[in-house]
Design a protein around this ligand. Structure first.
Ligand code: FES
Length: 163
């Protein structure tokens, strides 16, 4: 189910922890890197691989928003909607994104470019409202203009083949 390189990585992870359950979070990252999301089938596979129950895997996948339970677009826009961001307008930001991209939160645009998700605090409350693009980038102190610029930039990036 996973590439030989990823299987090896999981073998390595299993040597690092006293209990195989402790390797679950990094093992899920390894699996998600390959597929972009964690299907039920993949959850069952990881449960067998780690010697734990499918329910133990499912608990983790459904608890942490960084694990995708369904396929996501090339750019996963994760809007923080916890209280500090909410007080600074995150509801407006996510509503604006939904309207602009013509999708609801949790959905992906027809061209497969964008998914919008509502997530909990991303640890950047001082720059609220904010969102995270994929795993690596924060966009902060968001305004409608900044959202427009971000979407334009990501579209141009995708058309230019620059990730
Ligand atoms: S509440 Fe949004 S980053 Fe903390």
């Amino acid at each position: 189910m996973l590439t030989p390189e990823r299987e090896k990585k999981i073998d390595e992870l299993l040597t690092r922890y006293p209990s195989s359950r402790s390797a679950l979070l990094p093992a899920l990252w390894v699996a998600q890197e390959q597929y972009g999301w964690i299907s039920l089938e993949l959850q069952k596979y990881l449960a067998i691989r780690l010697g734990i129950t499918p329910e133990q895997v499912r608990e983790v996948v459904t608890f942490y928003s960084m694990y995708n339970e369904r396929p996501v677009g090339k750019y996963h826009l994760q809007v923080c909607c916890t209280t500090p961001c909410m007080l600074m307008g995150s509801d407006d930001v996510i509503g604006y994104l939904e309207k602009k991209l013509d999708i609801r939160r949790g959905q992906t645009t027809a061209d497969g470019l964008f998914t919008v998700s509502q997530v909990e605090c991303l640890g950047s409350c001082g720059t609220a409202p904010m969102l995270q693009v994929n795993r690596e980038k924060y966009d902060e102190n968001l305004t409608y203009e900044k959202v427009d610029a971000l979407v334009d930039r990501l579209r141009a990036q995708a058309e230019g083949g620059n990730g």
